[in-house]
Design a protein around this ligand. Structure first.
Ligand SMILES: Cc1cc2nc3c(=O)[nH]c(=O)nc-3n(C[C@H](O)[C@H](O)[C@H](O)COP(=O)(O)OP(=O)(O)OC[C@H]3O[C@@H](n4cnc5c(N)ncnc54)[C@H](O)[C@@H]3O)c2cc1C
Length: 414
């Protein structure tokens, strides 16, 4: 199918990838409507993509070459053990074939790769969407309505487009939050030790939660990124049942004190010092949600990325899944003879993948945060069995393959 007009609501990871896919597949006009006015590239958070998923996405064109990425090979699981030393005791190590990315640099790579014909409009907030027969109506703040042959909701976990596609699907609070932060890796010198392993994710385990710490690239050199999952203080002052987050510099005193208490009580001293290198400006708190849209399409609308599915971050797969959605969209477009066929093929390709990811993420979250085991008493064999239990039928974390197993496709990563 050739031609047609497409609106992509949201210009982040999923949005840029869908805009590129639509332009490559042959749309006449592709418009991205992004509410943020400033520089999206300043959102400096870390994320990881499984090497096999990255290779598949590079092959479909959804992951452009040349984006800075840091190679990780192993995941270490450690507990506090004062007899073992300040860095604690490692009770298990597993392979971790992922590369880590800086969100802003990943976004910039995707944005720069969007064909010149894509119109990327910033400072445009979409307030609603409506089915207009064989057109998709997109309503903008200020009252204007625009009409397209197809509209993609790539507007994240608080999606406005989802209200039209799947009104009953809403993010559900998982019962815990994550504190996350990042800092210039040169500051590790202040911890006085050389314990920080550059090629590993270290998971610090404590009763009632866990924390992953790893290096990422950054615009001004390598950074250290961490995500700590635990229950927030139960004082009744926090309302987390509605999608929300505490942006950098706005973490409440109560949540900052709770983080300090977790580090003091549960962390090996070295790892508490590492996390303590983060300044308030780079510390965030995000409640964790589950969201599985009953269906990712309706009429001339499609949902993409976090607008369609929010899996708890333990699956390490959200960005990869958003890019896979774009690949599936492009393949569906190329094979379709009509808009209906395109929408139906996309729905068939992506609905089950989303459901399975959310189910795996729930199992991982329960095991690693809600019902943590007696980690300090585990040996490597027990840890391996505990992990396998969480995976159940899934092959690994990092998302599912979209293709049959095949040769590894090289990319420009280090
Ligand atoms: C703690 C944590 C750790 C994570 N770690 C990983 C990881 O290691 N690996 C991984 O792959 N994934 C990870 N993820 C998930 C990953 O970050 C997301 O899945 C991915 O970024 C999805 O991007 P998106 O484009 O769908 O949504 P978003 O990035 O949320 O983008 C939505 C865009 O839409 C815009 N928008 C919203 N509403 C409107 C509107 N009404 N009008 C116009 N524009 C609008 C927003 O401004 C934004 O730019 C993690 C997530 C969290 C919370």
């Amino acid at each position: 199918m050739q031609g047609g007009t497409v609106a992509v609501v949201g210009g982040s990871i999923a949005g840029c990838a869908f805009a590129s896919a639509a332009a490559r597949a042959g749309a006449d006009e592709v418009v991205v409507l992004e509410r943020t006015r400033g520089r999206l590239a300043d959102r400096g958070l870390g994320l990881c993509v499984h090497d096999d998923r990255a290779a598949e996405l590079a092959a479909t064109g959804a992951l452009p070459a040349g984006i800075a990425a840091h190679r990780l090979t192993r995941r270490r699981w450690v507990v506090r053990d004062d007899a073992a030393g300040p860095a604690g005791r490692m009770f298990w190590e597993q392979p971790f074939p992922f590369h880590s990315y800086h969100w802003g640099l990943l976004w910039r790579g995707l944005r720069e790769a969007t064909p010149a014909a894509v119109v990327y409009r910033q400072g445009v907030t979409v307030t609603g969407a409506a089915d207009a027969g064989d057109r998709a109506e997109v309503r903008l703040a200020g009252g204007a309505a625009e009409h397209y042959d197809l509209a993609v909701g790539a507007d994240g976990y608080r999606s406005v487009v989802r209200e039209t596609v799947c009104r009953t699907s809403r993010p559900e609070y998982a019962g815990y939050v994550c504190w996350r932060g990042n800092f210039d890796a040169r500051r590790l010198a202040e911890t006085g030790g050389a314990e920080f392993p550059g090629d590993a994710v270290t998971t610090v385990c404590f009763p009632g939660g866990s924390c992953v710490v790893y290096r990422i690239p950054g615009p001004d050199g390598p950074r250290v990124n961490w995500v700590l999952y635990a229950m927030p203080p139960q004082t009744g002052q926090l309302r987390l049942d509605d999608p929300t987050s505490f942006p950098p510099g706005q973490v409440t005193d109560e949540l900052a004190a709770a983080l300090a208490e977790l580090l003091d009580r549960g962390f090996p001293p070295y790892w508490a010092r590492v996390i303590g290198l983060t300044d308030a400006e780079h510390t965030y708190v995000q409640p964790i949600y589950d969201l599985e849209s009953a269906h990712p399409t309706a009429g001339r609308f499609l949902l993409a990325g976090d607008a369609a599915v929010v899996a708890r971050p333990h699956t390490t797969s959200g960005a990869a899944k958003a890019l896979q959605d774009a690949s599936a969209f492009e393949a569906a477009w190329r094979a379709a003879d009509s808009w209906d066929e395109l929408v139906n093929t996309y729905r068939t390709a992506r609905a089950a993948a989303g459901r399975e990811l959310v189910a795996l993420a729930r199992r991982l979250g329960r095991a690693q945060v809600e019902r943590t085991p007696a980690w300090a008493a585990m040996n490597a064999g027990e840890a391996q069995a505990w992990w396998q239990d969480q995976l159940a039928d899934a092959a690994d974390i990092g998302g599912q393959s979209m293709t049959a197993p095949g040769p590894h496709v090289g990319s420009s990563r280090d």
